[in-house]
Structures are given as C-alpha cells and as structure tokens.
Design a protein around this ligand. Structure first.
Ligand code: FAD
Length: 348
C-alpha cells in the first residue's frame, strides 16, 4: 500500500508537531507555511508547560487532568526532537492573603505545592522583591519556544517532511492550491493555521475561533535563574540571555501591532516583582492565540471530507501540542480522534 499523503497547513507548534508525528507513523507529509520562524504565536510564546498554575490563574483553563496528560507526553517527545525540558518548576508570589487563597485552591485541585516564606522565596529567586512569599510547585515545566520550533522543523525535515514556504490558498477534493501557484494532491489536509480564517471555505468550523492577542517582553542583559515566577495576571520566565515577561490577553484583537500601554503594564508588573527589572532593556513582541468557546482545541475531522483541524489551543498551545498531534495521528491514519476535541461540537 502507498503511504497516506497528508498536507499540513501551518507550521506553528501544532502543525509542526503533527507533521513530525504523522511522518513517524508512516505518512508522506507536506508542511506548508508562508511565515518565518518566530512570526506566529508559537514563536512568541513563553513555552510554559504549566498545568498547575494555569489551573490556578486561568478561570477558563481546561481540566487539570487533561493538562497533566498533555504535559506528561513532553519528556519522551522532547527527547525525540532534541529539546531540553526545563523542570525547575514555578513559583507564584503574592501577599499573604493571596498565598493563603492559592494554597487552598491548589490543595483542592490535588497539586503538590510548597508554601515559602519571603526568605525562602528569595532563596529560589534572588531578584525577588523583599517581603513577597511564594507558593512553589514542580508540576510546571518549560521549553524555550523558539528553540522548540526550530527543533520541530529540523525533526520534520529529518523525517522526510517536505516543507514549502507558501500559504495554502484553497482545498477541494484532495487538491490544494498554494500561494506560490503549486497544486499539491493529497489524501487529506490538516489545518493548523492558528487564528487564521483563511481556509474557512475548506473547514467552516474555523468560524468558532476567537483571536486573543498577547504581548510579551524579552528582557536582555539580566542574569535571571530559578523557577518561572508567576503573579496574578503575569509571569517572568528566566530565559537564555535574560527573561520573558508576559503576557496580555486581548480578546478579539488579531493584529501584530505593539501597543505601548500593554508594554508599559507588563514592565510595571515585572518591576514590582523582581528588583532590577525596571532598568532592564526590553524588546516587545506579540502573537495571536486562537480560542474556542469552551477553551478546548478543535482537533479532529471537519464535516468537509478529507479535512482535519488542529487549532484553538488558546493559551496552552505548546503544552497541548503533542497531545493534539497524537490524537490526530490516530484519527487521520485510520483510528479515532479524541471525541473531546471534536470540531463539530459547536454545531457548525
Ligand atoms: C504572548 C504569548 C505567550 C504564550 N505563552 C504560552 C506558554 O507559555 N505556554 C503555552 O503552552 N502556550 C503559550 N501561548 C499560546 C501558544 O503560543 C499557542 O496556543 C500556540 O502557539 C498555537 O500554535 P498553533 O500552531 O495553533 O498556531 P500558530 O503558532 O499561530 O501557527 C499558525 C501558523 O499557520 C500559518 N498559516 C496561517 N494561514 C496559513 C495558510 N493559509 N496556509 C499555511 N499556513 C498558514 C501561520 O503562518 C503560522 O505559522 C502563548 C501565546 C502568546 C501569544
């Protein structure tokens, strides 16, 4: 039997993971994306794999067990693509009242988290502003998003995936037209185009997506180590050569423009938590997440024949990418995709 031919539209975290896993499962894969590395939400992201603190801080976070299931696919997957997984954990900092409330909530969720005095919290994150206590967990991990994206693309090439620097303009009955004029004939197409609705004619389910723009700052020239530091409404991640400070959630916004007010609110948040951040050199970036009404991805078959979706992972696209891809590989190669993510669940 000839291998199944699959076109993946979009080479962000979801599309790239999917391309790698499909190729490893024996499909002949083409991956098309007009953009460059870092020019999408995946490249801008902080790369936190954070089931615990996402459950605590995001009222619309998916179920903790689901997030943990997604995270637990990472160690083996990261090894397979040569990406380092940072397992130094995360620490939420705040007032004693906030910490009391967060500690109680973590206990209810069944997350192992240690309460730290201000001195202990500073021991873990020496730049921390005096007087802030912490709540620390080793449940949350991190990858460097830009490194992971580059590694995924290298892994895809290594698995024989054909990469094309062009957009998919249309798809009908197994024929995809690309923006460079090429026609690609395949058995199926997976749409992993983030918040874009450019392929809505091929998959009407894309109509449920809402864009959520996010600003993030990269501070350079600071030597920050230790865990990710989280506060209500933000985080500071130690990163190669500095730190990442994020992130805004701007529902309905889908442009890339940098808003000085968003930059200033992130700077202010960081300076309030970590001494020295006020003077750090910072470069702003933005990305647009895609969200569904229930906060879960669309990952499964479209009602249009031969079309599949891998979109809508909201603010946990890196965390969810291997789980989404694994489910789709099953579905696209003859098994069944996870019904929880069924793209038809909103009746479109
Ligand atoms: C500031 C910020 C911080 C974040 N931090 C985290 C985090 O710490 N942890 C986490 O898990 N998630 C995080 N996220 C969310 C995460 O980045 C997204 O959920 C994830 O990157 C989405 O990946 P994707 O592949 O679905 O989409 P994208 O990364 O948007 O990729 C979609 C790709 O599709 C391409 N495309 C569009 N149209 C077409 C077409 N017609 N044909 C071909 N290609 C097309 C685009 O060029 C793009 O490359 C963050 C997001 C932001 C914005």
């Amino acid at each position: 039997m000839r291998p199944v031919r699959i076109l993946v539209a979009g080479a962000g975290a979801l599309g790239s993971c999917l391309a790698v896993m499909l190729a490893r499962a024996g499909a002949r894969v083409t991956l098309a994306d007009p953009g460059s590395l870092g020019a999408n939400a995946s490249g801008a992201a902080a790369g936190m794999l954070a089931p615990a603190f996402e459950s605590l801080f995001d009222p619309q976070a998916p179920d903790l067990d689901l997030l943990r299931r997604a995270r637990d696919l990472w160690p083996q997957f990261a090894r397979s693509i040569g990406v380092t997984l940072d397992r130094s954990g995360a620490m939420a900092v705040g007032s004693p009242e906030e910490l009391d409330a967060w500690e109680g909530r973590m206990r209810d969720l069944g997350v192992a988290a240690a309460r730290l005095s201000p001195g202990q919290a500073r021991g873990r994150s020496p730049w921390l502003t005096c007087g802030l206590g912490g709540l620390s967990t080793l449940e949350d991990w991190r990858v460097d998003a830009a490194d992971a994206l580059a590694a995924l693309r290298a892994a895809a090439q290594g698995e024989g995936v054909r990469m094309i620097a062009a957009a998919v303009s249309s798809f009908d009955a197994g024929r995809a037209r690309l923006s460079n004029g090429e026609i690609v004939v395949v058995d199926a197409m997976a749409i992993a185009t983030g918040p874009s609705r450019s392929l809505i004619a091929a998959a009407p389910e894309l109509g449920v997506l809402t864009p959520i723009k996010g600003h993030i700052l990269r501070a350079t020239g600071v030597d920050l180590a230790g865990p990710v530091v989280r506060v209500k409404g933000g985080y500071i991640c130690p990163a190669a050569g500095g730190a990442l400070i994020g992130a805004t959630m701007e529902v309905g916004e889908d442009d890339a423009a940098i808003d000085p007010a968003a930059v200033s609110s992130l700077r202010k948040m960081a300076a309030g938590v970590l001494a020295g951040m006020a003077d750090a050199l910072m470069v702003a970036a933005s990305g647009v997440r895609a969200a569904t009404p229930d906060g879960l991805p669309l990952a499964g078959p479209s009602r249009r024949d031969g079309v599949w979706l891998a979109v809508g992972a909201r603010r946990n696209g890196w965390l969810m990418a291997p789980l989404v891809a694994q489910g789709l590989v099953g579905g696209m190669l003859g098994g069944s995709a996870d019904p929880l993510f069924n793209p038809g669940r909103f009746g479109i």
